[in-house]
Design a binder for this molecule. Structure first.
Ligand code: 6R9
Length: 619
């Protein structure tokens, strides 16, 4: 604990030395002149900006790969790839293997005309080509925009257009559990949608994931000649070496879309030097990483956790990790634990929602596997309830593994609040204490710096606002209490209520919608939708399935509403503002006895009774 306090102090008081020394463990083509940070968080004093390692030039792909190979770790396993289906096998890729792959792809992209600063979209499942594509972009200075494979064609189209990304890397299809996900077909549709809006995708590179396998018949997609190319053909003629583009510390590295309380999802843009140190240092210290560890983070690279704690953080630490294509419940509810046993995983990092879901199956699926290799457990994405924490600790960790509850965001790029396990006692449900004060943190919203300033720097002058509520106890421990804005956290995924509302309103029969979160056993929060139909439409239950499907198609399956609640009228103030406080209470299991607070300012107080009469959980 004393060491933590000393390091924490040093990180804030002498960043030049603390972060400078750490940064110099990496290769810099041009050494930085100043560690920084040079920043302004006060909008009244000019543009908000944050700069780290000014004057320096480096490359993430170089530091994740070449540096490791040069230091003699070329044959060390970088990635154990575990397929969705047990009969589909596994593979291991050394650091040299990944480097060769990345170089070939980087060369192919260059041959295609991709240049430094160009944006490129990646819509892939969890196969080795996913981190490899990210690293290939980083190598040539292209900005990757990874879109999670669960997003719909419409969502993908929006992201392609916003990023003006004319090249997409995808796969024919992939099995997720027992079901295929038609990534190529969805990409085709996304390209059509974008084309209608005047944006043309020039090139679709397609990894043959199911093609030439016994499950080939599961992949169903078209082929646009001249635009589409198989990944293997795309890289075939390319050399296995590729010189890096040396990137300025503040040059963009990647963008990743995330939901906010208003408008369309925004592309959070991360830059090179600060992100690199943030991902490196947190992986090293939060997970107390040692060279002999086998690390397994279950997050998909489509989310920030997969960026920082699958692709970049572990590779910057020369780690050996498991990349898992499948789902925790296929073929059985013990799949995670089977994987842990098979690869002798020592560090395991997952989301509370997965823990809660697996907890339901009892202890046996866990304890029938040998988990004695586990040493450290992590969680991320949402507050973890003490009950799930204790089960994770006792059953998965066998009572001998510390738990790192890591609190952070897409915008911060790496952990903000987390215990340094071993150094501090943990309290179930608390993310404990701040990580060292340091680099990372997205520098802007792609194409909209004003939105960046307004979203994050307007609530408290001079401070970044995360959007989360938090309590601090007498020991200084932090307890995250959830979002304070109109963002709901469903299974650790951020969804803006406004996004779901606009998906609903896009339905021909819907006049208005108001969406709130409600407590959900497994997902943490579920999606509750109040829907007003157009004049003359009948409030029929059969329409509910249609509306759920609508949201699924517009956003993606993970945003599918849990409940549709007919609302011939919504509780509004006289000025027309929807009273969400009332709607949140009406979505609670004990809504009948809830005190709705002061409803006297409602334009029409009778809507509350009407809503109760339409309550989907009415007995
Ligand atoms: C990494 C990630 C960020 C939001 C964040 C907060 C919630 C994440 C948490 C947590 C409590 C934790 N959140 N980790 N809340 N305890 N350990 O999840 O990024 O998808 O951008 O979500 O998730 O509400 O603001 P992102």
């Amino acid at each position: 604990m004393e060491e933590y306090q000393a390091m924490y102090k040093a990180s804030l008081e002498d960043p030049e030395k603390f972060w400078g020394d750490m940064a110099r463990e990496f290769y810099w083509k041009t050494p930085f002149e100043k560690v920084g940070p040079t920043y302004n968080f006060d909008r009244t004093k000019g543009d908000v900006s944050i700069r780290w390692f000014e004057g320096g030039a480096t490359n993430l792909s170089y530091n994740c790969l070449d540096r490791n190979v040069e230091q003699g770790f070329g044959s060390k396993t970088a990635i154990y790839y575990e397929c969705n289906d047990l009969d589909d096998g596994h593979a291991a890729y050394s650091y040299s293997d990944v480097l060769r792959m990345v170089c070939k792809l980087a060369n192919a992209l260059k041959a295609e005309g991709v240049q430094k600063g160009d944006r490129l979209s990646v819509y892939l499942p969890m196969i080795v080509e996913l981190p490899a594509s990210m690293l290939a972009c980083a190598r040539i200075g292209a900005v990757h925009s990874v879109v999670f494979g669960g997003f719909s064609a419409e969502s993908l189209a929006g992201r392609l257009q916003d990023a003006q990304s004319s090249l997409v890397i995808t796969a024919d299809a992939v099995m997720r559990g027992a079901k295929p996900v038609q990534l190529k077909a969805i990409t085709d549709k996304a390209c059509e949608i974008a084309a209608k809006d005047g944006f043309n995708v020039q090139r679709v590179v397609c990894v043959a994931r199911l093609k030439d396998t016994p499950r080939a018949g599961q992949a169903q997609h078209g082929w646009v000649s001249g635009r589409d190319v198989w990944y293997s053909d795309f890289v075939a003629a390319q050399a296995e070496e590729c010189e890096c583009e040396w990137m300025d510390s503040e040059a963009p590295l990647f963008m990743l879309y995330t939901s906010g309380s208003t408008g369309k999802p925004k592309g959070v843009l991360h830059t090179t030097g600060g992100y690199m140190l943030g991902a490196f240092a947190t992986t090293k210290y939060t997970f107390d990483y040692h060279p002999e560890d086998v690390y397994f983070c279950t997050a998909d690279c489509g989310w920030i956790t997969g960026h920082s704690y699958v692709t970049y953080g572990p590779m910057l630490n020369t780690a050996t990790q498991v990349l898992f294509e499948g789902v925790p419940t296929h073929p059985d509810v013990d799949r995670f634990w089977k994987v842990c046993e098979k690869y002798k995983v020592s560090i395991f990092y997952t989301a509370p929602t997965a823990i809660r879901a697996l907890m339901k199956s009892g202890d046996a699926p866990v304890t029938r596997n040998d988990l004695s290799s586990l040493r450290l457990l992590g969680t991320v994405g949402e507050p973890i309830n003490p009950e799930a924490w204790r089960w994770y600790y006792r059953v998965v960790g066998g009572g001998h593994c510390a738990i790192a509850d890591t609190y952070w965001q897409t915008e911060t790029g790496s952990h903000l609040i987390t215990p340094l396990v071993g150094a501090m006692d943990c309290k179930p449900g608390s993310a404990v204490l701040p990580f060292f004060g340091g680099p990372g943190g997205g520098g802007t919203v792609y194409g909209d710096h004003k939105r960046f300033e307004e979203t994050y720097f307007s609530q408290f002058n001079g401070c970044y606002f995360t959007g989360d509520g938090c309590k601090r106890d007498k020991d200084g421990f932090y307890w995250l209490t959830g979002r304070m804005d109109d963002v709901i956290n469903v299974s650790g995924h951020r969804i803006g209520t406004a996004e779901v509302e606009s998906a609903l309103v896009a339905h021909a029969k819907v006049a208005e919608a108001a969406v709130v979160g409600f407590p959900h056993d497994i997902k943490g929060e579920g999606i509750w939708c109040y829907v007003t139909l157009n004049e003359g439409e009948a409030y029929e239950d059969s329409l509910k399935a249609d509306l759920k499907k609508q949201v699924r198609e517009v956003i993606g399956a993970f945003a599918m509403p849990d409940e549709i609640h007919w609302a011939p009228g919504l509780p509004k103030t006289r000025s027309g503002k929807i009273m969400r406080r009332v709607l949140r209470k009406l979505a609670l299991p004990d809504y009948e006895t809830q005190d709705l607070g002061d409803t006297s300012t409602l334009a029409d107080p009778s809507v509350v009774d009407v809503l109760k009469s339409y309550h989907p959980r009415k007995k």
